[in-house]
Design a binder for this molecule. Structure first.
Ligand code: SAM
Length: 221
């Protein structure tokens, strides 16, 4: 019998918990390149309050806070978020960063039109089905104010790991315990319906290297 989406998500959550437990601060302290780019985009759009999805141990959330934004950092791994909170305390940023344990397959824990910007680096390409990704986009749209900006990154179908390892269907492939939904350009375009798609920028990260798109889209004002 094929595994359910719930079973896959539960296994992935445990895997991320264990990974952050065994490798605290695994992504390092420096912000990701997409976060550095996004900060400039958010600033130009007069963003104050940010929501970060899949923040992990917080290399980017802490950077945004240092840059003067107020950040709600969410992730389904309490272990990662605990590392984030500890670093925020050490860096004197606790007032600017709050955390919430949250699985993006659930409604976002925010009121309608309550944030100026949303950032998600390598979160939408986790073990989420196409339907779950569309539902998440509807939630991001709900919590963003009119004119708000969404910057996200995803691994895509030209990545070396696409169609290798264990297949879970729906373009989800698993390597070393990490399941990834590899995005097609059609999926990116379908997620931008009703938004203004500003940019789809190809870039690489890490040693493989991972091949990603950085997508910037805004809500009509
Ligand atoms: C590839 S890591 C990126 C972490 C962080 N954005 C960074 O770049 O440093 C993906 C993150 O998404 C989280 N994650 C995966 N599936 C999730 C889900 N369904 N809901 C919330 N977080 C999830 C993982 O715990 C992990 O922290």
């Amino acid at each position: 019998m094929p595994e359910s989406e719930q079973e896959l998500a539960d296994v992935q959550r445990e895997h991320w918990q264990q990974t952050y437990g065994e490798h605290p601060g695994m992504y390092g302290e420096k912000p990701s390149e997409p976060a550095v780019h996004a900060a400039a985009v958010f600033r130009a759009a007069r963003t104050g309050d940010l929501l970060e999805l899949g923040a992990g141990h917080g290399r980017d959330a802490l950077f945004f806070a240092r840059e003067g934004f107020t950040v709600l950092a969410t992730d389904f791994s309490p272990v990662g978020l605990e590392q984030l909170r500890e670093a925020a305390g050490v860096q004197g940023l606790a007032e600017r960063v709050t955390t919430a344990v949250h699985d993006v397959r659930e409604p976002l824990p925010l009121a309608d039109s309550s944030v100026d910007g949303v950032f998600a680096h390598m979160l939408l390409c986790m073990a989420l089905s196409t339907n779950e990704i569309h539902a998440l986009l509807a939630e991001v749209r709900r919590v963003l104010r009119p004119g708000g900006v969404f910057v996200y990154t995803v691994r895509h179908t030209e990545d070396a790991h696409y169609r290798t390892g264990a297949g879970h269907g729906d373009d989800i492939w698993e390597h070393g315990g990490f399941a990834v939904h590899f995005f097609s350009r059609e999926l990116v375009d379908s997620l931008a319906q009703g938004w203004r798609l500003q940019e789809v920028h190809a870039f690489e990260e890490g040693d493989l290297p991972r091949r990603l798109w950085r997508v910037t889209q805004t809500l009509p004002g």
